[in-house]
Design a binder for this molecule. Structure first.
Ligand SMILES: NC(=O)c1ccc[n+]([C@@H]2O[C@H](COP(=O)([O-])OP(=O)(O)OC[C@H]3O[C@@H](n4cnc5c(N)ncnc54)[C@H](OP(=O)(O)O)[C@@H]3O)[C@@H](O)[C@H]2O)c1
Length: 270
């Protein structure tokens, strides 16, 4: 019996897939069984994976890898995740799923919910411990600073290659603020502003996405009052922070019974 934890990474050829590879290869308690990606060489054709992933296979060829892994970590794209989930469901494993892909639509969220009875699952838009703390603090601030007096705005920035906007983290922050104020996010959410928008209604939650360059991830939550302004901000300076959080989540989740778990409980952020 091996003492190491066998993991498989979906989206292995991407930015996160490579960050995971580097950390997992250096961790004595983890064993990378392999990676899954549409094309083993990466879309750019330039990726080389000699250090960490013994092999990278497309979804249709991945069943033997699934059989060997205890945890699947996915940082890919919604379409890819969907195909991977079908396979995992069909094969009955790996038993623990750590999902970091963002931009999941309602159908995919429902799909994940339907898997909770059979698999131990963490789905999170942001695997950094600092952002988990930011979420908790934003909820607390929103409860203390009333919507009628303090206008909440969320500003996020990411690199130019990010495909979904606003970020999943910005949406999670907006949801946390809305929940604390007993609001329904869909009713108060305002994505950007342009033209003759009229005065800002109280209770609105503005969300703004900046895109460009190589920004790894920045989130700012503003509470703008008449006589004071309160801000919470977080910057990720290395995407390894997300990989590190995902691997901590994987270790924590590996031997849990089926169910949905939060990253906060896995990281001990309360
Ligand atoms: N939860 C978090 O903490 C966190 C942190 C960072 C990023 N993310 C999310 O994780 C996901 C991956 O991010 P990344 O920066 O690693 O992305 P990336 O560099 O573009 O890599 C995406 C990976 O998924 C594969 N893929 C499969 N189907 C794809 C499709 N239809 N479109 C694009 N890629 C596809 C890519 O394969 P090829 O190489 O063949 O293209 C690659 O392996 C995104 O959803 C991102 O928002 C989450």
């Amino acid at each position: 019996v091996s003492a190491t934890l066998p993991i498989i990474v979906s989206g292995a050829t991407g930015r996160m897939g490579r960050a995971l590879e580097e950390l997992a290869a250096a961790a004595p308690d983890l064993h990378l069984v392999g990676g899954i990606a549409p094309d083993g060489t990466g879309r750019s054709g330039a990726a080389r994976h000699e250090r960490g992933y013994p092999t990278i296979l497309p979804v249709e060829a991945a069943p033997p890898l699934l059989a060997d892994a205890r945890v699947l970590i996915d940082f890919s794209a919604p379409e890819h995740l969907e195909a991977v989930l079908s396979l995992v469901e069909q094969r009955g494993g790996p038993s623990s799923l750590v999902i970091g892909t963002t931009g999941l639509d309602h159908g995919l969220q429902e799909r994940l919910a339907s898997l909770e009875a059979r698999f131990a699952i963490i789905v999170e838009a942001n695997f950094s411990v600092g952002v988990q703390l930011l979420l908790a603090l934003a909820a607390r601030a929103a409860a203390v600073l009333p919507a009628a007096e303090y206008d909440a705005e969320i500003v996020e920035a990411h690199h130019r290659a990010k495909v979904d906007s606003p970020s999943g983290t910005a949406l999670a922050l907006a949801a946390a603020v809305a929940r604390s104020r007993d609001q329904e996010l869909q009713q108060v959410r305002r994505d950007g502003r342009s033209g003759r928008t009229g005065a800002r209604p109280p209770g609105e939650i503005g969300i703004h996405a900046v895109r460009g360059g190589t920004v790894i991830g920045e989130h700012r939550v503003l509470f703008l009052g008449h006589r004071e302004r309160f801000e919470l901000a977080h910057q990720a300076t290395d995407r390894a922070v997300f990989a590190e959080g995902a691997l901590r989540a994987a270790r924590w989740l590996a031997f849990r019974p089926p169910g949905r778990y939060s990253l906060r409980e896995a990281l001990g952020v309360e």
